[in-house]
Design a binder for this molecule. Sequence first.
Ligand code: AFP
Length: 333
Amino acid sequence: MSRLTTLNDFILLNQQDFPFATGELSSILNDIALASKLIRRDVRMAGLADHILGAEGNINVQGEAQQKLDVVADNAFINAFMASGVVCGIASEENDDFVAFETVDAKKGKYVVLFDPLDGSSNIDVNVSIGTIFSVYRRVSMVGGPATLDDMLQPGTAQVAAGYVLYGSSTMLVYTTGNGVNGFTLDPSIGEYCLSHPSMNMPENGRFYAMNEGNINECDLGLVEYIRYCQSRENQTGKPYSGRYIGSLVADFHRNLIKGGIYIYPAVEASPEGRLRLLYECNPLAFLAEQAGGLATTGKDRIMDIVPSSLHQRVPYFVGSKIMVEKAMSFLK
Ligand code: AFP
């Protein structure tokens, strides 16, 4: 029997690929892995345990009803990072403002982590895949002081690591530190993430498109034409692409990463800036997409080049197989 490579083994083996290899980034990845196992445990109990299903009763800064599991997941990550001594602050979808950790040890941390603790959380109550998305940056403020807003508002090109956890039919952790993309599947019997998808490459082209087509009458006419093209026989497959939209960005992205495809959330009347958040949804998946040979743009510009102006900034998002994203962009006026 060949030996399993656990996430821990893999991180240790590849530590030298990371430009600032001091073991600190590795410890952040281990914290994320641990927090994700706690969340997975709760996700698996949804439907059985009262404290897990349903709304928390709060509305977050995005104007969305927080689910109980959103809050559980947010706390699991914050607690893991706060205790790490490596992370000086965080920003997340669930908190209006960023959090600068106050202990002396945390202030010595060189990193900040931006995350969406449970993406696609409206799918929790209906037993559909959800995910966690994360992005790690080196702080730009002075080590020893509190984390600042400038630490959080860095362009995607400054990310040192990014990834996601998908709580699906199995639980997977997929990440990059800028040296390709690797995927690990949780073996629940031993409680370890094991390398299952080494060196992931996104096919250059695909036959899946993912968009909330309920919005079609509110989009740019060029995009309407692109969707018609997807539904026609004019594309490279000679038959209509298959539409697949889960409503959990992580799950839609993961399918496209493996099989090839495009995910689109454009500017629409209700969300003229787009719906998805640049810092903890679009940038991390853009880093993964590019590392796997794909593309991520606003329809015009590269996502990772955007200099953020606020924590919860939204942008239009076109991400996936390179040829498909380029084709979609060619239709936009
Ligand atoms: P939630 O986490 O609030 O469910 O948002 C999910 C999400 O950010 C992304 O994961 C989905 O693809 C997208 O929003 C769904 O938005 P629509 O419901 O407007 O299609």
